[in-house]
Design a protein around this ligand. Structure first.
Ligand SMILES: NC(=O)c1ccc[n+]([C@@H]2O[C@H](COP(=O)([O-])OP(=O)(O)OC[C@H]3O[C@@H](n4cnc5c(N)ncnc54)[C@H](OP(=O)(O)O)[C@@H]3O)[C@@H](O)[C@H]2O)c1
Length: 485
């Protein structure tokens, strides 16, 4: 987050022709170029095994991807034509990596670049090991400039495989070279959590067990498993969402105030939260799987009817958990984590419920009219927040109505950068604040790994509902907080 400069460099995308590259990375680079956030001298080298691609076809692919994302051809044509290149890695033999190194050196020489290199690994996890060792064996894990490596999730399948992956990366790269992407951290509204907490002292002074009753982090997806069944059926909601995205949000919400906003101090505070988590108890978890139903009035199939899903799959598409942080700030405050596919609509929202008044001073016919104050932070869509406070209902001496004091990003700001745009720029600046440290990955797995071995019941819920009724106890008050769902 510090305001570092973007230096001239080579941005090398392993998997440059793949889905992630086309949908997210190349458009992010295009937008950065169009907004003049890039160095005058950044060159992009796409890499894949495909031997039919060349510089020209990769430039076309980059242009297409950028235009499909909403950029205009005239904004990016010059950039793509001059700065995009392609190299095949063949079948990954040592000679392929030697040739790659020669190509990097040639590009640097031709364009007067220092040997500053980012290797973005947008390739299947199974290929990571060979690629990392290939790069290292050809001496590309170091250079006379800087070398950075970007790793995409999943960061392991369980604690053991995550440990192996961390060990593999550490064998060749130092932690300060490694940028693990959790794209949630690149979202403007997620970064705003830091500003919200540490730029507004009124909230920070209330941000503890004395004033907060409970916290809920909900990530609801309208979509089903789509074309990702092959991956998702082996992963499920716990691995796909909870272990990474929801837990990252939890650490940002719960961490202590760092001395400065910088990679070392922010990540250190997040790791401390993870080390303070109490073990999760079986009674504090409910899993669910969607059956057929309707979303926005349209019928949709159940999970077991989706293409690529086994007929007797017990993979969870919904998870609700209660977790607790055993430290002085949070002891006794439940944090509810909830996520599911085929919910009524897409919504990522954090609810913070403050403690209610110790004595009720206003009632209607003997029923207390005072409700606890709640703060809703909406991360997507319609980003913003609302603080719900009680006001006197006109005409009644003691009735209290909850009204929101609210703010919406779109009402104030025109342009909210995409997560990948922010993250790519941070990689180029060498700022690791929004990237996940290996200790965070391992600590998060320490928390969730035991759940992977439980024989848990997976409750059905109809698509278009908010999950199984059995999970209702694992929420502040799903109905009240998500009334406008
Ligand atoms: N797609 C997403 O939205 C998304 C989101 C989050 C994380 N990810 C992660 O990002 C990675 C890539 O996902 P993807 O969806 O883009 O996969 P994909 O569409 O299958 O693309 C894979 C790319 O990697 C290339 N490739 C495969 N093996 C390679 C190797 N050994 N060396 C160099 N290039 C190789 C492929 O081209 P060739 O076949 O020609 O080699 C292709 O360009 C995965 O780890 C995935 O988990 C993806």
């Amino acid at each position: 987050m510090a305001n570092k400069q973007v230096e001239p460099s080579l941005f090398i995308i392993f998997g440059g022709t793949g889905d992630l590259s086309r949908r997210k990375l190349l458009p992010a680079i295009g937008r950065l170029a169009a907004s003049l956030s890039l160095s005058d001298n950044l060159h992009v080298l796409g890499i894949a095994r495909d031997t039919r691609q060349d510089d020209a076809s990769f430039r076309d692919l980059a242009m297409e991807s950028m235009i499909a994302s909403g950029l205009r051809a005239d904004e990016i044509a010059g950039f793509c034509n001059r700065r995009f290149h392609y190299q095949t890695i063949g079948n990954g033999a040592p000679s392929d990596y030697t040739q790659l190194r020669a190509r990097l050196e040639l590009l640097e020489q031709q364009h007067g670049l220092p040997a500053n290199r980012t290797f973005y690994l947008a390739i299947p996890t199974a290929s990571l090991g060979d690629t990392l060792s290939g790069l290292a064996s050809a001496g590309m894990n170091q250079s006379s400039g800087w070398v950075r490596i970007v790793i995409e999730k999943p960061f392991g399948y369980d604690r053991a495989s995550a440990g192996e992956l961390v060990g593999l990366i550490r064998k060749y790269f130092a932690e300060d070279q490694v940028y693990r992407i959790d794209h949630y951290l690149g979202k403007e509204t997620v970064q705003n959590l830091l500003v919200f907490r540490f730029g507004n002292p009124i909230f920070e002074s209330l941000w503890n067990r004395d004033h907060i009753d409970s916290v809920q982090i909900s990530v609801s997806e309208e979509l089903g498993v789509g074309t990702r069944a092959g991956y998702y059926d082996k992963a499920g909601a716990l691995r796909d969402m909870v272990q990474n995205h929801l837990t990252q949000l939890l650490t940002l919400l719960a961490m202590e105030v760092p001395p400065v906003i910088g990679a070392d101090s922010v990540r250190y505070e997040k790791i401390k939260v993870l080390r303070s988590m109490a073990p999760i108890l079986p009674g504090d978890v409910t899993f669910g799987q969607y059956s057929k139903g309707a979303i926005r009035g349209q019928p949709v199939p159940g999970y077991l009817e989706e293409i690529g899903v086994g007929a007797s799959s017990t993979t969870e598409t919904f998870a609700a958990l209660k977790v607790e942080i055993m430290n002085w700030r949070w002891q006794g405050v439940p944090f509810y984590l909830r996520t599911g596919k085929r919910m009524p609509r897409q919504l990522t929202r954090i609810g913070v419920q403050f403690r209610n008044a110790p004595v009720c001073m206003f009632d209607v016919d003997g029923v207390c009219a005072v409700k606890p104050n709640t703060l809703l932070l909406t991360l997507q869509p319609d980003e913003g927040f609302s603080l719900h406070i009680g006001v006197k209902k006109p005409g009644s001496p003691s009735d209290v109505k909850q009204i929101p004091l609210s703010f919406k990003y779109r009402d104030i700001f025109d342009d909210i950068p995409e997560a990948y745009q922010t993250l790519v720029l941070d990689v180029l600046k060498g700022d690791q604040t929004l990237f996940v440290h290996s200790d965070e990955v391992l600590e998060a797995w320490n928390l969730y790994d035991p759940l992977l071995r439980w024989k848990y019941k997976v409750y059905p819920y109809a698509a278009g509902t908010r999950g199984p009724a059995e999970a209702d106890r694992l929420a502040i008050s799903e109905k009240e907080l998500f009334e406008n769902f």
